[in-house]
Design a protein around this ligand. Structure first.
Ligand code: C2E
Ligand code: CA
Ligand code: CA
Length: 543
């Protein structure tokens, strides 16, 4: 039978309860919802009065706190956990880390950390098996006090979990200012509408925790729907009735044997050099650098083939052009404008960057659509680097250049040249190109076949002058014209030159290609036989 005890009855029977084991602990497993493995457990206090039956923490803990008894109760819990862990270690039972709750009243007692450390030593338990849960509301007693206790715990090597996250008013600030290792997000504080505001808050918290590199455990999870939702937003660790009620030691030992174990891993393992916290701070140096000192840059998530843009800088927005708004870019699906061929190129580069842990680059075309400019096709050159990863999720940083204009010029040129070569095959045209920076000349197939020009000519035109393709009396004139092309003083050439030892008159034309600074790059040459239109042997004039 169970009866709720009065405050006086609780206080009066406390010493006896502690001594006789009426106060004991139950264990509630913490599970990785993706793998079904156990990652830890929480020790929860119970009080079974021989006469009045089971008492629950919500009734007796406030009484113990009020009467300054919680400190002894908590140390009693800590000692029981140590005793249990010692049993496991001695019997060879593989165990998981057990977390104990620290009341905010324990924080006011300066020796709490030293006291638990003494117990840990007494039972000789490796510190990795003990976690301490501190509630967010502990910060009410003052940040400095809590920070001091956290530092003490960390100095001894304890993992600290922030309990009941989401219950306070200043959650996000607390998270930024307190150095906790794991966040426990209580579903009950945010329950009801997973799809609505509650869901938005939860997913924002999980996202922020990811950026801080802090794993999140969702507690109070009762349904599969809740667990799946949490997993979908990147929180796979679950504690709640869905997996198990808090159970007594014997039953928990059984569970330890039944379930496989695994350690908690951070949600996102950011590269060392990047301080994620500062990265999100709009006034930080990192943000300043991101916005001002690098070119167009984007940070995005890649998971199971899906990408999500998390952040872009101002230069990225400008680089993409099209008068896009930053929000338009953030809201867009990066794959949407890419055809499968370009997407494949891009994804291959991502995987290369994952493997090499270095910068990899690619050029891909995509359609972009903006409210102001409508749709257009652009080519982006990306330099991609992985900056963080979890098991199946990757975080990338990419610098981008819009190379559409460059590409279009090249393509136009390429296409016109190809067309030209095509027609030249049919129209008695000889074609070649001269690289003006290297003085290399590449002839068309016809030049090679009919005029015996090798596939690659170095130091053009000298070797062809030597072979007599250019007659000696025309050599200097030709050298001079090539020099003018090289120097860019002329943009085209149109002359008649007798070629080969047979001095057959050819109409030789050149078109000059320059780079974006106007420097001559290539000269495209062609030669056509001069035909006598009136059958009288009249020659076209040298221009
Ligand atoms: P808590 O630290 O947030 O512990 C989680 C509470 O949620 C536990 O209640 C647990 O039984 C309950 N719970 C777990 N899964 C579910 C679920 O799926 N649905 C629902 N509705 N509840 C779930 P419990 O054991 O009654 O403890 C209540 C609170 O008492 C704890 O909240 C903690 O603040 C405090 N407490 C418990 N044990 C200790 C202790 O040893 N020391 C101190 N200082 N406080 C303790
Ligand atoms: Ca707790
Ligand atoms: Ca809690």
């Amino acid at each position: 039978m169970t009866k709720r005890m009065t405050e006086q009855e609780l206080v009066d029977s406390f010493d006896e309860a502690l001594e006789l084991g009426h106060i004991f602990i139950t264990y509630q497993p913490k599970i990785n919802h993706s793998t079904g493995r156990m990652i830890g457990a929480e020790a929860l206090m119970r009080w079974e009065h021989p006469e009045y039956g089971m008492q629950y923490p919500s009734d007796f803990i406030p009484v113990l706190e009020k009467n300054d008894l919680i400190y002894r109760a908590d140390l009693g819990v800590f000692e029981s956990v140590c005793r249990f862990l010692r049993k496991c270690l001695d019997s060879g039972t593989d165990t998981v880390p057990i977390s104990v709750n620290m009341s905010r009243y324990d924080i006011y007692r300066k020796d709490y950390v030293n006291a638990i450390e003494a117990l840990r030593k007494k039972y000789d338990i490796p510190v990795k098996y003990l976690h301490v849960e501190v509630t967010e509301t502990s910060a009410i007693g003052g940040m400095e006090l809590v920070s001091g206790v956290l530092k003490q715990l960390h100095d001894y090597g304890y993992i600290v979990e922030m309990d009941d996250f989401g219950s306070g008013y200043s959650s996000l600030n607390v998270l930024k200012d307190l150095a906790v290792d794991i966040i426990k997000l209580d579903m009950r504080f945010l329950s009801g509408d997973i799809g609505g505001r509650g869901g938005t808050i939860i997913s924002a918290i999980v996202q922020m925790a990811k950026w801080l590199g802090t794993p999140v455990i969702a507690e109070g999870v009762e349904t599969m729907e809740q667990a799946d939702y949490m997993k979908s937003i990147g929180c796979k660790y679950i504690q709640g009735y869905l997996y198990s009620q808090p159970v007594r030691e014997s039953e928990f030992t059984e569970k330890l044997g039944q379930l496989e174990h695994e350690p908690v891993t951070p949600a996102m393992d950011l590269i060392r050099t990047m301080d994620a916290e500062k990265f999100w701070d709009p006034s930080s140096l990192e943000t300043l650098i991101f916005n001002n000192f690098v070119g167009g840059a984007v940070i995005f998530n890649y998971q199971n083939g899906k990408t999500e843009i998390l952040r872009v800088n101002k230069k990225y927005v400008r680089e993409i052009g099209m008068n896009m708004l930053e929000q338009e870019i953030l809201d867009s699906d990066p794959w949407a404008g890419m055809d499968s061929e370009n997407r494949e190129i891009y994804e291959k580069t991502l995987w290369k960057a994952i493997e090499s842990k270095d910068e990899e680059s690619c050029e891909t075309w995509r359609n972009v659509c903006s409210k102001i400019c409508g749709e257009d096709r652009i080519c982006i050159r990306s330099f991609i680097r992985m900056i963080g990863r979890t098991e199946e999720q990757y975080l990338f940083y990419a610098m981008v250049q819009n190379v559409t204009v460059e590409k279009k010029c090249f393509n136009d040129l390429y296409n016109s040249e190809r067309r030209f070569r095509f027609s030249s095959e049919q129209a008695n045209v000889y074609a070649w190109e001269v690289d003006l920076t290297t003085k290399q000349m590449r002839p068309c197939f016809r030049c090679m076949r009919d005029l015996n020009v090798p596939p690659l000519v170095h130091n053009y035109p000298e070797p062809l002058i030597e072979t007599g393709l250019f007659p000696p009396d025309y050599a200097d004139m030709y050298r001079q014209r090539m020099k003018e092309l090289e120097e860019g003083t002329i943009d085209s050439l149109d002359v008649v030159i007798p070629l080969t030892v047979g001095r057959i008159p050819f109409h030789v034309r050149y078109t000059l290609e320059r780079d974006e600074n106007g420097k001559p790059l290539k000269a495209y040459g062609s030669a056509t036989l001069v035909v006598d239109s009136d059958q009288n042997g009249s020659k076209e004039e040298n221009t």
